[in-house]
Design a protein around this ligand. Sequence first.
Ligand code: AMP
Ligand code: ZN
Length: 151
Amino acid sequence: MHERIDPKDCIFCKIVRGEAPGHVVCEDERTLAFMDIFPVAEGHVLVIPKAHCTNLLDADPTDLEAVIVRARTIARAIRDALAPDGIGTFQLNGAAAGQTVFHYHLHLIPRQSGEKLEIHGRKPGRAERLAELAAQLSSAVAAEEAAGAVS
Ligand code: AMP
Ligand code: ZN
């Protein structure tokens, strides 16, 4: 579980820095959320801390809190915008556990009843569709925030 990488070579840090493209759903001081480019389902979102860490084991506790609270708002937005039967939150630590990008991230995956449980997509999403979904979820997040999203 020592898959440490240099933040300058990290694809998610590059998205944070604007050096690589990302279909961004929302961001705040500590977190960034964007569409997974190999989605398991429509609306598959990744939430990351902007500060680089490898996974749960070395993550800053304040960043972890910020990510899970952000994930709650985004999960509500997914529910409102896409009405899935459920939403999976997944997070993998170490290559042996299936982690492929070594910058901590939480998967939010809309799920339908009876579907096989999968964490990794098999084919890339269409860029235009990912952009549409990012915009739709972005609006739904804004609506959640405006509503206070406490209940
Ligand atoms: P994990 O196996 O939990 O490390 O998952 C990494 C996830 O990152 C996979 O679902 C990939 O499809 C996704 N991913 C990899 N590169 C990018 C990227 N440039 N933009 C968005 N998602 C990505
Ligand atoms: Zn990184």
